[in-house]
Design a binder for this molecule. Sequence first.
Ligand code: ATP
Length: 436
Amino acid sequence: MREVLVMALSALLVLACWRRWHFRSFWYVVAYPLMAISVLASWRKIALGCGLTKKRQRFWFTTVPGLVESTGVVRVKRKFQRVSVDTRPWMWLPMPTRYGWRVTLRTLEGQIPGDYADAAERLAHSWGVHAVRVSSHKPGRVRLAVTVRDPLVKVDHLPPSTDLLKVTVGRLETGQPWEIDFKTVPHWMNAGATQSGKSNLANALIVGLAPQPVALVGFDLKGGVEFTPYKPRLSALATTRAECTLLLDDLQTLMAERMGICRMAGARNIWQLPPGIRPVPIVVLVDELAELYLMADKSEKDEVARASTGLLRVAQLGRAFGIYLFCCGQRIGSDLGPGVTALRAQCSGRICHRVNDPETANMTLGDLDPAALDAARAIAPATPGVAIVAGSDGQWYRARSYYVSEQTAEQAATTHADNTPDWAELLAAQPREIPA
Ligand SMILES: Nc1ncnc2c1ncn2[C@@H]1O[C@H](COP(=O)(O)OP(=O)(O)OP(=O)(O)O)[C@@H](O)[C@H]1O
């Protein structure tokens, strides 16, 4: 039987090579059945080793060691009695994915998805794969997403963005695209130590948003060195805290006017307004958030308070009126003041690149699974662009942004400079009445 199987597989392999099938065909025809058989066959042993089995009482025939009779014959007695057996969680058929496979399990009594998440590393080592991620889409079911190799080693080719306010900025560890969709998650906090890949992510956003009918506004508290090259596509750019407070005042005025339009039209947000009078959405990119809150002496206190309140108000009310935030910072800690903690509460999008202090990781991901914090601290300096991301499904993922050089972002900003709404016109262009 074994020989027949080996011959059949060899024949398939030869056929695959002869027909020059794509690797994926080879995976489906040969490697996948082998993988599925080996996963199913080894599941009992692996579940036992990883502590995912439960003891159950069963009535079964058991063998009782017999006596060696004087004739030398061993008598084996079989007895129907109560025995304790290890039961494994029921496993469905593993399904192939781009970077490995996924499988659904039925949890045993008393088990929760957390038990499987705790065993994920043990499972990965037992199967000899890169990682096992656990999710639960239904009570009593757990889904294991297995990645055979790290899909984040090389991530390039930023795809063009087709949907308004949605940019595919990278790839998740599961092989799925990593998307930043401002309409679903309006405000984002992007933390990371120096050279961790924050600006690269902002570049990816600029490249994705530049062709769209969107106003981009920059708050560059690194003195303008990051965003000045993208000025052709920026409707407004503030490079000092004083300029930021003025720009925040403008944004609040704009917000108040948009509120008035929505009230007049009986709309709850700008997306319910007729397309003819719908104001253009604004994405505010903030670089080096901590600089907005740091003060050298008490003379700066009023300015810091004004900037902090302005940003918080934009975060609180901006979503309905088409104003979205993307805040980047090397260190985002509660020691910067209550304004930062309040801002963080408004930012449901969280991205944590490699960080130097646990406080920043805590501030960015602290209200997620503690395993997310451990994963953020484990990001190696040799992998810039790798981050832990809180998804809109409430899960956290390891992800890596596409590499987008400053030159590419600069070129996108220049090419799409014609799309840039003029800031003065934007402030003045609010309709005073709703057309019938
Ligand atoms: N996804 C990526 N893939 C490959 N290389 C990357 C990626 N993201 C960033 N890098 C590289 O890492 C380096 C640092 O990236 P970046 O400037 O974005 O970091 P940063 O966090 O903004 O640093 P700083 O805070 O000092 O400005 C860059 O030279 C870039 O080439």
